[in-house]
Design a protein. Structure first.
Length: 573
């Protein structure tokens, strides 16, 4: 590149001088070809370590980690829903065994996902540690001295003044210090630097990623999550046997790590929009509970709302669902009560809480012939029935006109088979239908207070009323605060590294051949940007006004700074 001021070609020494002035504007390590001994173990280890700790490999591993997490979202996971995993294996004879071998049913604990995670962790640490020490060293050092040819820098200006060079340099130190530059005098020039927050932000971003990785891993290993459906008036104690379903991290010990507490549901209160386009939308959705911490803690009362959980020593209790439990009394053929005013929770099917489930009589029911059987009923409940001729769907979520529809079966419920069965669905394998007079499945719709008489004098079912229930999710996610702090720090660090530019400014003041002081100012940024010339022009104008005794030209007009930008090599001159 030819010099724009003198037209001379820069020498190699001058290029080296400018390179030294612009060096260390980044903490990125210099990439040097490793000196690998032929077939030497040490050389290969050094080469592998350099590749692993390079930023491009860290970004590649981060991409692989993101891609590896996709199957965990699309394929059923054994730690989340074992039933769905079993169903997937039954439906896919080829993919099931293949996914098992690849670990796709437990992605986040698989060998390949853990390998990517650990390599990314090591790569980030190996990349950040040397850059951090290098950055600390730069903070302790001073900006380098000015190059001999300031007019070759991207932003440059010069003017003459009658002030002494020492006065100009003193004014420049004061000005740059006031603008929060790190400035000092080196020879005949003032060297200043600004924008260290850019590199600090870059390092903060990557350190925050490490913190997030540690917090994520710790949280996955020691977390737990369980669900419990509780009827009004019933309680819950935080022990493993009390949960309807429970899952935890690999290092979580339910016998020792569960937070000791208990609570009971005193009342669920829900109100809904009665009219308009949002009819049926919940307005109030809350559960009043009494709870105690530890085995002998004092009982307290609180209200749990959606997104306002009860927090107890790191565990959070969320209100997640609500529904209804019809209360029925069932008598056998001899009039003996086999289910006495018992509530059975049914699961909602839609936003108006149309619900379905099963009512089971597991104890010794004996039919008219004295044979021991069990009773089962498919139950369908509508909190607001539309009336005769309407569809079997609730028209409103509140209890306005409750109706219970039952279809009856007898035989073996299969609940004593020795393996888990759903309590919300009948297993009809060993059940027989009760038949009506037309030979069809016996079923009937009941309002509160109605009684259904089973065929052949098998007994009666009375619909006594409705009880409400609420479902709670109990979770504990260790290190979630660290993950949040890491996320915030990563955003702040990324913003700093993107929007803050590191740059250097030099001010040289020397006495010219005619005895008048010549002032030169130049600026250099890490990357080409219009902000560097703009900032240099602003600084030059401020310094020009501070320099005393500015000389006059022949027309009594003082010299003013002439700022220009030197074009890059190959650009038009």
């Amino acid at each position: 590149m030819s010099d724009t001021t003198t037209g001379t070609t820069p020498t190699a020494a001058e290029d080296q001088d400018l390179g030294a002035a612009g060096s260390q504007l980044s903490t990125a390590p210099r990439e040097e070809a490793p000196n690998l001994p032929s077939l030497g173990l040490v050389g290969w280890v050094r080469w592998f370590w350099r590749q692993l700790t390079s930023m491009r490999v860290a970004l590649l591993l981060l991409l692989l980690l993101s891609l590896g997490a996709i199957p965990g979202s699309l394929i059923p996971q054994s730690g989340v829903d074992e039933m769905k995993v079993a169903e997937f294996r039954d439906r896919h004879d080829v993919l099931g065994p293949l996914y098992d071998k690849l670990g796709l049913f437990h992605v986040y604990s698989s060998v390949w996902f853990s390998a990517i995670y650990i390599l990314l962790f090591v790569s980030l640490i190996g990349c950040i540690v040397p850059r951090t020490w290098q950055f600390v060293g730069q903070l302790r050092s001073r900006p380098p001295g000015a190059p001999r040819r300031l007019d070759r820098l991207p932003a440059y200006t010069t003017w003459r003044t009658g002030a002494e060079p020492e006065q100009v340099r003193a004014a420049a130190l004061q000005l740059l210090g006031g603008r929060r530059f790190r400035a000092h005098t080196v020879g005949d020039a003032v060297a200043a630097e600004k924008g260290y927050v850019r590199e600090a932000g870059n390092l903060l971003f990557h350190i925050a990623l490490i913190v997030m990785l540690i917090a994520f891993g710790w949280g996955q290993l020691f977390k737990y999550e369980g669900n419990k459906l509780i009827l009004e008036g019933d309680g819950f104690s935080n022990t493993l046997t009390q949960y309807d379903d429970f899952k935890s991290g690999n290092l979580f010990d339910p016998d020792h790590d569960l937070t000791p507490f208990s609570f009971s549901l005193k009342d669920f209160h829900g109100t809904y929009e009665a009219s308009g386009p949002n009819r049926g939308t919940p307005r109030v959705y809350e559960a009043e509970v009494s709870y105690s911490e530890g085995a002998y803690g004092k009982e307290r009362t609180t209200t749990i709302k959606v997104n306002e959980p009860l927090e107890i020593d790191g565990s959070k209790v969320y209100l997640t669902a609500h529904g209804y439990a019809p209360i029925v009394t069932i008598k056998d053929a001899k009039g003996n009560v086999v289910m006495d005013h018992e509530a059975t929770a049914l699961l909602p099917l839609d936003s108006n809480v149309t619900s379905s489930g099963a009512v089971m009589v597991r104890d010794g029911y004996r039919n008219a012939e004295g044979k021991k059987e069990q009773l089962g009923f498919n139950a369908f409940f509508l909190p607001t029935y539309g009336g005769e001729g309407s569809t079997m769907l609730s028209t409103f979520p509140a209890l306005i006109n409750p109706m219970l529809a039952l279809s009856a079966y007898h035989g073996d419920l299969g609940v004593d088979a020795g393996f888990a069965k759903s309590i919300y669905q009948l297993d009809k394998t060993n059940l027989e239908e009760f038949k009506d007079s037309d030979g069809k499945l016996f079923k009937k719709q009941l309002k509160v207070g109605d009684t259904m008489t089973l065929p052949n004098g098998a007994g009666t079912v009375t619909f006594d009323g409705v009880q409400e229930w609420a479902n709670f999710q109990v979770t504990e996610q260790p290190a979630s605060g660290w993950a949040l702090a890491g996320s915030v720090a990563a955003i702040l660090g990324l913003a700093g590294s993107l929007f803050i530019q590191r740059r250097r400014v030099w001010v040289r003041a020397v006495q010219g051949p005619d005895g008048v002081t010549v002032v030169e100012m130049a600026g250099l940024g890490r990357s080409e940007s219009a902000k560097v010339p703009e900032e240099l022009g602003d600084l030059a104008g401020a310094l020009y006004e501070r320099a005393p005794d500015a000389p006059k030209n022949d027309d009594d007009t003082p010299d003013s700074p002439d700022t220009h930008v030197v074009p890059a090599e190959g650009a038009e001159k």
